[in-house]
Design a binder for this molecule. Structure first.
Ligand code: ADP
Ligand code: ADP
Length: 229
């Protein structure tokens, strides 16, 4: 489950300036599709439409054949997960931070998610800045480690569809390797839509869609697109 389809999607924030001029693609269940293109091409708009922050003026978006316009907002939130690039941790244990969104999860499930995200060694730790009456000091996590907490949270929540929007992130704080590792971890067996600036971070995508001036300019595997350059 989790197939996502854009069917001739047209969208403009203001009528005189169309952003998407008829975009069609399918992310088959369990596959990873990357959207790349220059800044302002409309990449993040695609994820905003998928979350129904906005509605297309023409065309449809479907999940497993059902138009998202007919899906309740709460079901849509459960079906689509998002890994933010800038994770702000709650002032509590890493375990609590992983459980956020699914507090009833068993300890075994939490441990498995933490193991996959490779943060199981500090699951009981407190993040830096955590203050208690005895002045206890927390653990300083790097940007990449904080992102791993968000990844463990997403793995535990287990949405069938995942959106990774790198386009709006503070890229400087992450190495390309960290982003790629994160991607490989969360996208395993899940339908994944990656919004990226650079072809180099999406090498492993099943298909790459190049967006330009509101249209799909090119599409294909990483190798095919490189060969065409
Ligand atoms: P990308 O992610 O490819 O950089 P976006 O999808 O964020 O591009 O934006 C596409 C275009 O839409 C940009 O020119 C941007 O300025 C414009 N845009 C984004 N949000 C709004 C908005 N709320 N109102 C008007 N224009 C917007
Ligand atoms: P921008 O920085 O361009 O104004 P935002 O920071 O509002 O965009 O959002 C970045 C991306 O994250 C958007 O494309 C949107 O799809 C997604 N997003 C924002 N808030 C949420 C949310 N609460 N749940 C899921 N996705 C979200």
């Amino acid at each position: 489950a989790g197939e996502v389809t854009f069917e001739d999607v047209h969208f403009a924030y203001i009528p005189e300036r169309p952003i998407l001029k008829g975009i069609s693609f399918t992310v088959p269940a369990g596959k990873t599709i990357a959207i790349v293109g220059p800044s302002g091409a409309g990449k993040s708009t695609i994820s905003r439409l998928l979350f129904r922050f906005y509605e297309p003026q023409k065309g449809r978006i479907l999940i497993d054949g059902q138009p998202i316009a007919d899906v309740q907002q709460v079901s849509l939130r459960a079906a689509i997960g998002m890994v933010p690039q800038d994770t702000v941790l709650f002032n509590d244990t890493i375990e609590y931070n992983i459980r956020y969104g699914r507090p009833e999860a068993s300890m075994a499930e939490v441990e498995e998610a933490a193991r996959l995200a490779q943060i199981d060694r500090f699951i009981k730790s407190l993040p830096e800045g955590y203050a208690t009456s005895v002045g206890e000091r927390g653990l300083k996590l790097s940007g990449g480690e904080k992102q791993r907490v968000a990844i463990a949270r997403t793995i535990l929540k287990g949405p069938p569809v995942l959106v990774l929007d790198e386009a709006t992130s503070a890229l400087d704080s992450f190495t390309e390797k960290e982003i790629q590792d994160a991607l490989d971890l969360v996208s395993r067996g899940r339908t994944t839509l990656v919004i990226a600036h650079r072809l180099s971070t999406v090498i492993n995508a099943d298909e790459i869609i190049v967006l330009d001036k509101g249209l799909i300019a090119e599409r294909g595997s990483h190798a095919t697109l490189l060969a065409a350059e």
